[in-house]
Design a protein around this ligand. Structure first.
Ligand SMILES: Cc1cc2nc3c(=O)[nH]c(=O)nc-3n(C[C@H](O)[C@H](O)[C@H](O)COP(=O)(O)O)c2cc1C
Length: 349
């Protein structure tokens, strides 16, 4: 089995420069190619043969998921992602209505600094269609997280009803045992038309948490995904009654701070990920972790943001993380990174 997977990972390294060069002006096309490949494997039921490998049987002591945005509409089957090395699959961000997002190109790739900037604006096919896709995957046994947010443009009570309808559409789908509220997307417009609605969402965050919690099933968990651009006052506010309403925090989303060391030609909008977010994501995690420990809170932590090596992973684990999510590092390193995370952590742990 390992021979096929090692060949697949080696093939990725060979074709990466070709694909990067062909998709330079619209990097989203590279992801579409990857999705097409995964769908073909699944259609011919070849994922086990091509992707499975012995590292999948190791217990690294933490769980690995893809980060939101990687499988927005559930187009990659959970079984393909399982054999790639993920223990859990995140779908979304799911909005109730179909939403086109911003016009393309809406991703920029910085391969020398292993970073991306995206301003996709939550495109998606809508909660009901996604539920249908997920039902059709059948008995895959992979735990699923639905990352959700209201359809852009919804405010006040409409926003809450939108979240409620998304939860209704997806809560009975087999293996959905978590929701992850995305209050940190840097690419949706506020009511003034500015391209960053995070402050507005923050004001409504308690009502949003309540709406999801009251409508999901009792055995399901609610997590919340935070921005790496928060200050200490924001963090105190978010933690105030968090224990009563959420089970944990995903730290973090992408950053609107475009550090020129990583993002030499900033598009002037969007969230930076990969190497460009690592430091601010770690800093935010440390702030949250310090406050969680001090207050005796039971909140759990998933880490996400530029985790591109087992060393970085260990650093993030040392500040309270029990699970990790990855997206951008997989684009630059390929999925062999998942094998490395599993095998090196299992050896040292
Ligand atoms: C192209 C792209 C699309 C993304 N879409 C979403 C999204 O829909 N919802 C969300 O919560 N995060 C989204 N993210 C943020 C990632 O989930 C993740 O939090 C961030 O990229 C940092 O992790 P990374 O460095 O491993 O990519 C997206 C990231 C990228 C690069």
């Amino acid at each position: 089995m390992d021979i096929f997977r090692k060949s697949f990972d080696a093939f990725y390294d060979i074709i990466k420069p070709i694909v990067f060069s062909l998709t330079k002006t619209d990097p989203e096309k590279a992801h579409e190619l990857f999705i097409g490949f995964c769908r073909t494997l699944h259609a011919f039921k070849l994922e086990g043969l091509v992707l499975d490998n012995s590292a999948n049987r190791l217990n690294p002591g933490f769980k690995i998921s893809n980060a939101a945005g990687f499988n927005k509409n559930g187009e990659i089957s959970p079984s393909v992602l399982k054999y790639l090395g993920f223990d859990r699959v995140v779908i979304g961000t799911v909005t109730y209505d179909e939403w086109k997002g911003n016009s393309r190109p809406r991703i920029r790739r910085y391969h020398k600094t292993e970073s991306l900037v995206n301003w996709m604006g939550l495109p998606g096919i809508g909660a009901r269609e996604i539920a249908e896709i997920l039902y059709n995957y059948g008995n895959h046994r992979v735990p699923l997280t639905i990352n959700l947010m209201s359809t852009p443009g919804k405010k006040g009570d409409d926003l809450l009803r939108d979240l409620e309808k998304t939860v209704f559409a997806l809560r009975e789908v087999p293996y959905v045992n978590r929701f992850e509220l995305n209050v940190s997307c840097p690419n949706t417009k506020d009511s003034q038309g500015g391209l960053d609605a995070r402050r507005e969402y923050q004001k409504q965050v308690r009502a949003m948490r309540k709406t999801v919690r009251e409508n999901m099933l009792s055995e399901q968990e609610l997590w919340e995904k935070e921005s790496p651009d928060l200050n200490e006052t924001d963090i105190d506010y978010l933690l105030e009654d968090a224990d009563d309403l959420i089970d944990g925090l995903t730290l973090t989303n992408s950053t609107t701070r475009h550090d020129s060391r990583y993002i030499p030609y900033s598009p002037g909008k969007g969230g930076a990920s990969g190497d460009a977010v690592y430091e601010s994501s770690l800093k935010t995690q440390r702030l949250f972790y310090g406050k969680i420990q001090k207050s005796g809170s039971k909140l759990k932590i998933i880490v996400c943001g530029g985790i591109k090596s087992p060393e970085r992973l260990q650093e993030r684990i040392s500040f309270g993380a029990t699970e990790i999510q990855v997206y951008t590092p997989i684009i630059f390193s390929g999925t062999k990174l998942l094998r490395e995370f599993r095998s090196q952590s299992a050896q040292s742990g």
